[in-house]
Design a protein around this ligand. Sequence first.
Ligand SMILES: Nc1nc2c(c(=O)[nH]1)N[C@H]1C(S)=C(S)[C@@H](COP(=O)(O)O)O[C@H]1N2
Ligand SMILES: [Mo]
Length: 227
Amino acid sequence: MSTPLPPGQRERSDFPRFGLTQFARRFPTQTERIELLLKGEVEQECTVSGEDLASLPRVTRSSDFHCVTTWSRRGLDWSGFAFADFFHHHAMPRARPAAAATLVILRGQDGARTSLPFADLLAPDVLLADRLDGQPLPLAHGAPLRLVAPAHYGYKNVKHLSRIEFWSDARHFRASAFGFMDHPRGRVAEEERGRGLPGPMLRWLYRPLVSSTVAAFQRALDERSRG
Ligand SMILES: Nc1nc2c(c(=O)[nH]1)N[C@H]1C(S)=C(S)[C@@H](COP(=O)(O)O)O[C@H]1N2
Ligand SMILES: [Mo]
């Protein structure tokens, strides 16, 4: 029934909290209230709240999630708001980004960041999600709001999303990790895992790191909940 996984991916039955290990012990300070700062080449910096987003049609979509380190989790039910609706009804009228601002930087409360071409964010399956599998988005998966861009590797799906910047070039962007680890688009179907290195080569580099990374992120979460 199910379609084959994208090139180089292997299915997991769980959905681990994951990322660069430097972010395992960094947690968001605000998990209840949504506050999205819009800045960059805009006419007016502004903040979009959860109440603002609630004026948009709620969208629920099932999608598969593909981490660049080769693990995939199928069939997650995300719910939230289409990025395109957020852009047309809040970002455009209020912040008025420059027409030349075709690069978007997305930042999370933990300091994680990535960039995507603005045009990729307008795809109908790109959401600002505040719910997962029928529940409010848990801390592990990006509370209070995360980007969900299913055609792009996990690292483009910024958790604890707090800031969206519109720029005409990449001058203001510094990758979370080594530059080669952040492809400008990161499309899963094209195996755009990283910059300058072929995707299939990065599979072998990343795959051995998965289990220790999952363990580090779980340990940090356990320690935090023990207080
Ligand atoms: N804020 C933030 N967003 C992030 C990360 C992170 O460490 N911090 N890790 C990225 C990576 S590499 C992946 S694979 C996914 C993992 O999402 P999950 O923890 O919900 O499984 O989140 C992405 N977004
Ligand atoms: Mo990832």
